[in-house]
Design a protein around this ligand. Structure first.
Ligand code: PLP
Length: 421
């Protein structure tokens, strides 16, 4: 164990996962590549957990942040006007498509979801919430409550009454004989059953358009739209958790929910927006946002540095039409690795834009194999590629390269993956 590794073990919580038997210390980065403390170079297909969406050391972002810091004001608080914050809010409100939208900035996805749940439960005067099985929404009390996998909950106590719905278990024995249309109909029938037995007032549904931590599990396109039709009959609000899927990542929409043909009442975001600078937030219908009696300030939320970084990041994404690059590179990459499905050790290969996954299984039993996923993670690192892990059982390899991915880097990543698996 390296000296830094043992010091880490001594003072950081044992439940914080640390990748690799010999953990990496990343000390440099440029474009799609990082270098470690020993001077090895890696192509990064996990980008700080789906966060450095422009890659590393992006001049436009660095210059925007440096210009803000050069004013001497890294922080002022939201008690004062912050130009970058107002401009960013205007831009996100417009991009969201939500009518009369307002934006509240936080520092993380967890806080964003917590805020959205506060908005919805307050607006409806109810603590009943709908969420999808297998979901992950954060680490705080409310977001843990709606998270759909017991293994990711740090508390069994819940401030919310949560009903879990289907959405990403299309391949399970109960549903695998169904077409997408039949599966959507079955999900909607289940929602109607849940609403018939839930207390008269349900506040909201919260859902990820592609489940991130759950191994890039995808509800069939249109499912969330079909859910929303039913929710609208009851005045139940829909929150789309775009923490992993926002800003063009899925290729087919600027937000993941665009794949479902519907505009939600609120969206939450974080991760990619600041290209590594901590920023998150909620964009919601203005009446919902203004309806909260007094949430007050988030001291750091929307601070001048993070909003400067976010303005520059969004500008880059839009100027370079990175959504189209995500679609093009993602489609080619997925085509390039689909043949892995033929292996007994691979249960599934799937993707949407630049989020794609390989699900590992025990070749003898077909059971999910976290051990094999761990071996592939190590094998990819040995060959110079960083990927992520996820899934209910930890058996899914997750790839989320920067949206700026070049043809050459995409081809190199594909070849390493094929070899490592
Ligand atoms: N929502 C989703 C979909 C996520 O994937 C995550 C983090 O992985 C969160 C919320 C929580 O975000 P954060 O880690 O920034 O608090």
């Amino acid at each position: 164990m390296s000296e830094l590794h043992s010091r880490h073990r001594a003072v950081l919580p044992s439940w914080m996962p640390l990748y690799y038997e010999s953990p990496l210390e990343i000390t440099g980065g440029k474009g799609s590549r990082v270098t470690d403390a020993e001077g090895s170079s890696y192509l990064d297909f996990f980008t700080g957990i789906v966060t450095n969406m422009l890659g590393y050391d992006v001049a436009e972002v660095r210059e925007a942040v440096e210009a803000q810091i050069a004013t001497g004001v890294a922080h002022t608080s939201t008690l004062y006007l912050i130009r970058h914050q107002v401009e960013l809010a205007e831009q996100i409100a417009e991009l969201s498509g939500i009518p009369d939208a307002k934006v509240f900035f936080t520092n993380s996805g967890t806080e964003a979801n917590e805020t959205a749940l506060l908005l919805a439960t307050h607006a409806r005067g109810s603590d009943e919430v709908l969420a999808l099985r297998g979901s992950y929404h954060g680490r705080s009390f409310g977001t843990v409550a709606v998270t759909g996998n017991r293994a990711w909950k740090n508390s069994s106590l819940s401030p919310l009454n949560v009903h879990y719905l289907h959405g990403t278990d299309h391949a399970s024995p109960a549903f695998r004989h169904m077409s997408d249309r039949e599966y959507i109909d079955a999900c909607v029938a289940d929602l109607r059953d849940v609403l018939a037995t839930a207390s008269p007032k349900v506040a909201c549904m919260i859902a990820e358009p592609v489940q991130g931590v759950n191994g890039f599990q995808m509800p069939p396109d249109g499912l969330l739209g079909a859910y929303k039709e039913v929710l609208d009959e009851h005045g139940i609000l829909m929150i789309s958790d775009e923490v992993q899927t926002g800003w063009g990542r899925t290729g087919t929409g600027f937000f993941g929910i665009d794949n479902h043909g519907v505009t939600p009442d609120a969206m939450t975001f974080a991760k990619g927006l600041g290209n590594g600078f901590a920023i998150g937030g909620v964009v919601a219908r203005g009446d919902l946002m203004d309806g909260l009696p007094a949430l007050g300030v988030a001291t750091f939320g929307g601070n001048p540095v993070s909003t400067a970084a976010a303005r520059a990041t969004l500008k880059y994404v839009l100027d370079h039409d990175l959504q189209s690059n995500a679609l093009r590179q993602g489609t080619t990459l997925l085509d390039g690795i689909l043949a892995l499905r033929e292996l007994d050790s691979v249960k599934d290969v799937r993707g949407k834009g630049l989020m794609f996954a390989i699900e590992m299984a025990d070749p003898a039993t077909g059971a999910p194999s976290p051990a094999l996923a761990g071996q592939v993670l190590e094998a990819a690192r040995e060959r110079g590629l960083l990927v992520g892990k996820g899934g209910l059982q930890g058996n899914v390899l997750r790839m989320a390269p920067p949206l700026t991915l070049s043809d050459a880097d995409a081809a190199e990543g594909r070849d390493i993956l094929l070899d490592a698996v």
